[in-house]
Write a protein that binds this ligand. Structure first.
Ligand code: AMP
Length: 114
């Protein structure tokens, strides 16, 4: 058995996390180091290390995450303007190798991102 990821431990309640959403397939909690007034991490319960590791069998789960994310943004009061980010790989800024969507909102978001 692989060592549980940090996010598995948060989803299991073994490490504290401020949960904002939970269903059978995924859960969301506030980022410990927020980059904006709203910064939530949406994490599938299934451990997929990176987006590039997702397979055909994960298509429904990925679609579910994309549908849940706007609902979380709206529930937090930012339904009109938010950004979703997936860092894929260490060189892209990924530090936790358990797929997650960053949901970021509440300040002007520049484009292109850094
Ligand atoms: P990434 O760098 O894309 O893998 O994103 C990982 C995110 O997890 C970062 O934004 C961290 O601030 C966040 N993070 C790390 N540890 C915790 C924690 N214990 N609770 C909540 N968020 C965390």
């Amino acid at each position: 058995m692989a060592e549980p990821t940090l996010f598995e431990k948060i989803l299991a309640g073994e490490i504290p996390g401020e949960m904002v959403y939970e269903d059978a397939h995924c859960a969301a909690f506030r980022d410990i180091n927020p980059a904006a007034p709203l910064h939530v991490l949406l994490v599938p319960r299934k451990v997929i290390p990176t987006l590039a590791d997702a397979g055909e069998q994960d298509a429904e789960l990925l679609g579910h995450l994309m549908q849940v994310a706007p609902r979380i943004a709206a529930a937090e009061g930012y339904g009109d303007a938010f950004r979703l980010v997936v860092n894929n790989g260490a060189d892209a800024g990924q530090s936790v190798f358990h797929l997650h969507l960053h949901i970021i909102a509440g300040r002007p978001l520049k484009w292109p991102p850094g």
